[in-house]
Design a protein. Structure first.
Length: 262
């Protein structure tokens, strides 16, 4: 095929590819704060690129990204782990008080309805396998997508799976954070203009999670560093590292798709 992108394909091209390989990839992620140095579309843009690379390996088509996602309020424990003294404040997702603008978070019930409609339309198109490539790791988002995958797989003629869009390229890699080195590197690999590290203070000044809305996986998991500062520093990001993440992620998603399609 000349492209895997659904929006660029003519009807006869879509139908021919569907006959050859009946897989549709659906990238999903919110427009969300990723620090002052990163684009708001970080999650869906990464998921979209991974989906396109996976489709080139397996066959099938890739829908345009659905720029939507959900988040909940942060618990007092997480606020404490992030460095906040006042753990009674209301913080939704990564929208810490010092951010210059708010993220586009949708309530879970609305998020589920919108994704459901995309799935319904893809089932109507006759796709045997629909792969949701999820770019956002919020618990409510993952749970909602998993629930929809189970429902559609059992109540329609299509199979639906939900796959995280980013996978480590090194089994020892522990960077599972938000706007940390991993995500920053991926955006650099996508387009050098996507990242402006000059928006962050120069080293050796550390980045406090509560000040920048940048947070490591260890903090999310309840094991924050003592200084409550970012461990996997986005200022250490490189496009070369981002390319490694993209290659590994595409291979992971493609493998999950192949297993489900078989």
């Amino acid at each position: 095929m000349r492209t895997v992108q659904f929006e660029y394909l003519r009807p006869e091209e879509i139908l021919k590819e569907q006959e050859r390989c009946s897989i549709a990839y659906l990238p999903v992620g919110p427009l969300e704060w990723h620090g002052p140095a990163m684009p708001f579309g970080t999650d869906p843009l990464a998921a979209w690129e991974v989906a396109k690379r996976a489709a080139r390996q397996t066959g099938g088509v890739v829908l345009p990204p659905v720029f939507i996602g959900t988040e909940r309020e942060r618990s007092p424990k997480l606020l404490e782990d992030a460095g906040f003294e006042d753990t009674g404040i209301y913080v939704k997702g990564m929208d810490v008080p010092k951010n210059t603008m708010a993220s586009f978070y949708t309530p879970e019930e609305i998020f589920g309805v919108i994704v459901r409609e995309y799935l319904r339309l893809l089932v109507k198109q006759g796709y045997r396998l629909i792969v949701i490539v999820n770019g956002h790791g919020a618990a409510g988002q993952v749970e909602t997508l998993n629930r929809l995958a189970v429902e559609f797989s059992n109540e329609t003629k299509s199979r639906v799976i939900n796959v995280m869009g980013i996978a480590p390229y090194d089994p020892k890699d522990q960077d599972r954070g938000h706007a940390t080195r991993c995500e920053t590197s991926i955006q650099m690999a996508l387009d050098a203009d996507n990242v402006d590290l000059e928006k962050l203070p120069a080293k050796p000044e550390k980045l406090k999670s509560m000040d920048w809305g940048i947070m490591d996986g260890c903090t999310f998991e309840g094991n924050p560093p003592k200084d409550k500062c970012v461990v996997f520093d986005p200022r250490d990001a490189t496009a070369e590292t981002g390319e490694k993440y993209l290659e590994a992620s595409a291979a992971f998603v493609a493998d999950e798709a192949r297993k489900a399609y078989e």
